[in-house]
Design a protein around this ligand. Sequence first.
Ligand code: FDA
Length: 449
Amino acid sequence: MTDIERDVVVIGAGASGLTAANELKKAGLSVAVLEARDRVGGRLWTETIDGAMLELGGQWVSPDQDALIETIDDLGLETYSRYREGKSVYIGRDGERREFEGEIFPVAPETEKVMVDLIEKLDALVAEIDPDRPWDHPDARALDAISFESWLARETDDEEARENIALFIAGAMLTKPPHAFSTLQALLMAASAGSFSHLVDADFILDKRVVGGLQRVPILLAERLGDDVFLGQPVRTVQWGDSGVTVIADGMTVRARRVILAVPPVLLTRISYEPPLPRLQHQMHQHLSMGFVIKVHAVYETPFWRDKGLSGTAFSPYELSHEAYDNSNHEDPHGTLVGFVSDRHADDVFRLSAEERKARILESLSHYYGDEATNPIVYYESDWGSEEWTRGAYAASFDLGGLSRWGGDLRVPVGPLYLSCSDVAGKGYQHVDGAIRVGREVAAQILAE
Ligand code: FDA
């Protein structure tokens, strides 16, 4: 058992924890980062599977994500644009496949009008929300008491319009069904990306990728910390008090003045605290839960859809894979599609055998791209739900009423304990940008003290 002392100990070597540790080290404090896994990066994981480089976790960078973009530049990494030439595909409520250009799905004119009106209304509401303090909105409680599904049903009886608008936040972002989160939570999601329109615009939200994979970010951040990063060290116990903390992992103990818990909030309860955390934290942490999505990777000899004039971008709230994109790697002659199967659909297909699940998912992709989609040379499903140190994807959100009730308390330190994670961010919420932002803010808070 190794026994060390540091100014600050960071639990979790994801983008957030590594950013905080780097900021503290730059300012002259001593740090140790304890990571449960045998790799850094957490939800950023670039892996070669059967010869194909795949982004198993987070990968896209959008132009508003300035904290992430600054970090990418600082680390000397290069980015490239997602392939987007050609038409997108939409499969409507009637089951018909339609190709289209632009952002608004090719629906009946009256449905299109409802969708445009809803987007405008949501944009106006989002403009009233401070992503760092959504609970301060004058109607925060009311907006937090109504599910996004019920709010949409109140606005229109056009089911296809509702299902499409719900998709941008539910399946595509929070990865929970729209009855499972509040309208305030939906507005935070949109406000964290600048507007609801940004979520509708795939070219904005899924703009760029990092050459070599987004896990390069945490890998290079960890390299800057050298021997101060300890892998394979799941933290089991945090003893805390006025004089500081003692953090006990499987193979080491770290004594420090402060601890940064840089783990998804759902994993906070995996750690034992001595003394126990206060009542407020015990309650609050129970009301955050992870969404759930399977990220499906299908690699082909060539990007065959491009020959058909397709960009690879595809959407349908009625398909098993509700969205899919061209995810071919930089300067790679192979074509890669990435599809997403979310919430209840993901539960359903995980009840099938692996072969049946693969067949069902590829069949769904073939509805967008044609039969060639059923024959990839590499196929892989990122299953973050079975990752012990993540337990879902993409991130955590509050249940109904939780954001207005506890949001303001979530990041308030408890004695020497600080929380840092993308899932507690305002701007950049649920994204790497938010992870970096909160990492910087927590480091600044500790330095100021
Ligand atoms: P993260 O979860 O990455 O790090 C926490 C770390 O703590 C982990 O390494 C974990 O092992 C460790 N840990 C947990 N408990 C511990 C314990 N008790 N002791 C020690 N260590 C412990 N974002 C984006 O910007 N663009 C995108 O395209 C996507 N897409 C996407 C796809 C998929 C499939 C996923 C899963 C996620 C995304 N995201 C994304 C989200 C993005 O990946 C995510 O928001 C950040 O990587 C989270 O970084 P954090 O450091 O906050 O947590």
